[in-house]
Design a protein around this ligand. Sequence first.
Ligand SMILES: Cc1cc2nc3c(=O)[nH]c(=O)nc-3n(C[C@H](O)[C@H](O)[C@H](O)COP(=O)(O)OP(=O)(O)OC[C@H]3O[C@@H](n4cnc5c(N)ncnc54)[C@H](O)[C@@H]3O)c2cc1C
Length: 401
Amino acid sequence: MYDVVVIGAGPGGTTVSRALAEMDLRVCMIDKDTFPRDKPCGGGFSRGIIDEFQYLKPRASEFLKGIARVGVLHSPNRKIVLEGRVDMAMTLRIDFDNVLFEEAVSVGAIAITGTRAKHVTFHNDGITVGLTGGGSVQGKVVIGADGVNSTVARETKLNQRWPSSSITACRVCEVPVSNHDIIERYTEDLKYHFFANLGGLPGYGWIFPKQETINVGLGIIATHARGLPEAFNSFVHYLKKRNLLPIESDLSRVRGALVPTSGPIIQTVKDRCILLGDSAGHVNPLTGGGIVYAMRAARHAAYVVSNAIEIDGFDAASLGKYQQLWKSDFGDDFRKQLLAQKIFTSPFTDLLFQIGSKDKVIQEIVSDSMAESSDGEIDVKNLAFRTLLVCLREALNLKVH
Ligand SMILES: Cc1cc2nc3c(=O)[nH]c(=O)nc-3n(C[C@H](O)[C@H](O)[C@H](O)COP(=O)(O)OP(=O)(O)OC[C@H]3O[C@@H](n4cnc5c(N)ncnc54)[C@H](O)[C@@H]3O)c2cc1C
């Protein structure tokens, strides 16, 4: 019997597996895919992660595909463009996740890959995970890190399914482009772009230049997902027209994926079970960025689960400390980001861009909150204050002239 069975070997599952295996606990990590595996993603993340998770430092050259330094934000009517200098680290998930996977295995986590977890059964003294193909794995506790369509969340009824208003449907493609061409189009700063509410649909398009690829994507709140394929095609057409993508770009590898964007589920813990990352809704509702949160939640989960093993106490009350820890770390971020999402998908977005274009501080706050390099904190008070200030200034000017 294992101490811990982790379902999913994305950033969340590998981080918690590594941390627990490093404490000499017996960890089994199960993933339906074999590694290296790709995951549909923008691949932008906070550079700070590399400092937070020190073991990534010596391996950074294996997954870092450039640091993009300037963010450009386009208004829905495309008439206003806000720019800000905010670093965002760029990666390819096939490389990043593989490094994380190898790290977990290197300290003793046992990996079962190419096999899907089908069922989780809870007993008085442990859990059993049933696998496709008929086998099973036993442990004292299960960690669900199996992404947006989490089997563990469904089996435990912690989240039966996301309502379509709570998830964002995306299309994304990593387009191969020569480095020389990328620098010509995006400068040495690797300017990355966000396009708010493309085609009047709630969500945003992005373009993330990396060393040898340009990541193009569009995410729309799933209630409007029917318009996604057409909106993506016209986005690509627009990017080519604007010279942001080469005319001959190969978009044959475009993929669809979902990401939760309404904040975390209410309860992320149950007797002998913890959920983290996308399975728990640990994603920035404004940007859809979840790599950092999955990894931070994983660290909290490892701490709580190792304590639970020490005292042999796996009830929801003992594991509940995990929920307290992630909430006090980043729970507040989600509330602000959700508010910002509502504002940015409202019919007033063009007006807000107009206000923002008149104030440097607003531009800085907005760019910082869009880039995955921010620590997730949105300075809502200052944003509201500056917005009022601009309105007041404009009103006074109007009176004078
Ligand atoms: C289009 C798109 C763009 C994005 N762009 C960004 C970005 O630029 N920056 C950012 O920070 N975030 C981004 N995200 C979000 C980010 O991808 C996720 O938040 C992050 O991957 C969450 O990590 P995780 O470990 O929780 O889950 P995942 O990375 O989804 O990993 C889950 C793992 O579980 C496995 N699995 C699933 N079900 C089972 C099962 N039943 N049995 C066994 N294994 C299973 C999967 O194979 C997978 O390996 C994006 C998401 C999408 C969809």
